[in-house]
Design a protein around this ligand. Sequence first.
Ligand code: SF4
Length: 238
Amino acid sequence: MTAIPQALGALRDNLACRGRLGLGLIEGGPAQLERLLALGAPPPAPPATLDLQEPSLEGLALALADCRRCPLHQGRRQVVFGDGPAGAGLMLIGEAPGAQEDKEGLPFVGPAGQLLERMLAAVGLKRAEVYITNLVKCRPPGNRDPQPLEAAACRPFLEAQVRAVAPRVICALGRPASQALLDSDAPISALRGRWHDFQGIPLLPTFHPAFLLRDPARKSEAYRDLKDLARALGQTPA
Ligand code: SF4
C-alpha cells in the first residue's frame, strides 16, 4: 500500500530536480503534480492542535476554513461547513455542496434545500432545530459525486462534527452519503426505510431532495422515512 505514495514522492523529487535544471516539468505544471499526489497519497492528517475527540463546532469550522486537504479546494468559492445548533436531535448529512451552497456558504439553500425544508415542516420539524451538513465541505466540479479520496480526506472532520452535534438520530440523504456512511455499495432503494447504525447513533437513509425534484413520485417513500425520524424524536407526525 505504500508503493504508490513512495513512487509519487520519487516523482516529485525527480520533477523538482528537473525544475532546478531548467528542464520541463509535466503538462499542467505544479498544480497537476499536486493533483497526482493527491490521488495516490493518503489524506493529510488533521492538525495535531485540533481536538477531534471532544471538538466544538466553532473549532472545527475554523480548522476547515482554509482547508486544502483534498483537490476539491481548487474549485470552491468557500468551505460549506454546516448549519444548525449543537445538540440538535436530528442531523442530516448529504453528499456535497452545490452551486448555490458554494455561493452562500450554507448547506441545502437551493431548490433541493427548499424542498427539504417543506418536507421537514410537513412532519413537524423545523430547519432551525436540525443540523445539516455534507460528507465533503467543498463543491465538486460540475456537481459530480465526491470521489472516495475526497470523502476520506473530509471524513475525520465529519465524524468530529457528529460528536460535536451529538444528535439522537442521523438521516443520510441520498446514495453517496448513505453508502459512504454505512460503508455499503447497496442501492439507496435497498438502504432507505431501514434503521442502521453510525458510531452508535441510529441512522436512517432516505432519498436526496434533489432526486425527489427529478422524480416526485418517490416523495411518498421519503415522507414515510421523515415520519419515522420524527417519531424517533418523540413527535407525532400527521
Ligand atoms: S472537501 Fe473537506 S478535505 Fe477537501 S478541501 Fe474541502 S474541507 Fe478540506
